[in-house]
Design a protein around this ligand. Sequence first.
Ligand code: G6P
Length: 481
Amino acid sequence: MSPAASAQPEFGEFEFVVVSNRLPVDRVTDDDGTTGWRRSPGGLVTALAPVMEKADGAWVGWHGAPDEKLKPFHNKGMQLVPVELSLREVEFYYEGFSNATLWPLYHDVIAPPEFHRHWWDSYRRVNERFATAAAKVAAEGATVWVQDYQLQLVPKLLREVRPDLKIGFFNHIPFPPVEIFAQMPWRRQVLEGLLGADLVGFQRTGDTSNFLRCVRRYVGHPIKAQQVDVQDDAGRTLYFSRAEAFPISIDVKRISDLAENEDVRERARQIRRELGDPKVVVLGVDRLDYTKGIGHRLKAYGELLEDGRIKVENSALIQVASPSRERVEQYRILREEVEGAVGHISGMFDTMRNTAIRYLHHSYPVEEMVALYLAADVMLVTALRDGMNLVAKEYVAARTNNQGALVLSEFTGAADQLRQAVLVNPHDIDGLKEAICQAIQMDPQEANRRMKSMRKQVLQNDVERWSEDFLRALQAKEDHV
Ligand code: G6P
């Protein structure tokens, strides 16, 4: 029996608990030894932080620093409960199983996934620790909402020690087709882990059907519509678990308020001035991750310069690539490739006055991001696979004057909703070049019509609605049907 399963049930004080690998803030230590907190990277925190700032609940997660034990603390009105990870666990569970096994496997095997038994062991142990931590703070009958691929075993572990809880799970990244998921040596354990939840949420309906197909093939429980009849070995129904799509979103009001803020608008004008007031500003914003298609984008842009369809004097590309998972091999390789490509293009096309690409290997506060969105005539989102892509939604939310054009990969969850973007297959470099030109040259009236329709979609479906929809469905779910 696992340590989590052997613990005696004891009740905590929180009616609502979110569990994710990362807390919304990371522990950072400066060169002089002083410690502080910095906003954690990525879409999960972007989406959940505004929800949790308003909710009265606890957030259980890792604080980003290895081998450091911290007490629960308050931050921005949130009760945060740190879970400790050793240096080894960071290597095996986080960098290894989460980000070199699951991440590439769930993103169309863009990079080859690695399977190591000692990584899996560490993943199991860390999932047990998160389940124990959540069980400790959750009140009797509380709702616990587990997040993302790093914690897929937590729902089942939690149900074993705390059958009184309502357990939800949301997967922020894609769920792969059965033919790819099949590669995973521990596929059955992962599916059973997820099925511990009363409600398993995905970004797209395609992810939901992939998951259900995997359950049918590798677990074998009966499935009716989207309900899985979770049975014991004798075929008796234990409970029902439901799978459903809930496309995630952003804090639309925060972004559009910032877009109306005079300081932010002035900063946007300043950015354009600093670029030498080019006719067109094109923007890419990503974590430096091989799923984001940054190389494909640079190739297309470089060829457009080469063809003379874009001129360095009147067009500037800003590429923000925020540092991510820098100790994982594939991310190191990617950084070298991207920086090599940027250097190559700059070497070919820069003049004393103009630079083809402003490459920024930093992360920025939201105010600066919104200023960049306002400064950009064209936004490029060319991911090869992406659960949702919140940058696309942020760009749309920031364009309060309904101007600007979004080039959006078909392989993002966002493409299901932002149908008026210029949709592209980023593998098709010629198609991508055409799409970039189409966006740059788009007739303002047409751009206005498209942006208006995308804004309507985003405004009606903000992150608050996402969490309300999920939690309502979780509460409404009957245990027995
Ligand atoms: C994606 C994942 C998140 C993750 C984030 C940043 O958005 O869905 O779970 O937190 O990337 O990645 P990191 O490995 O730095 O937490």
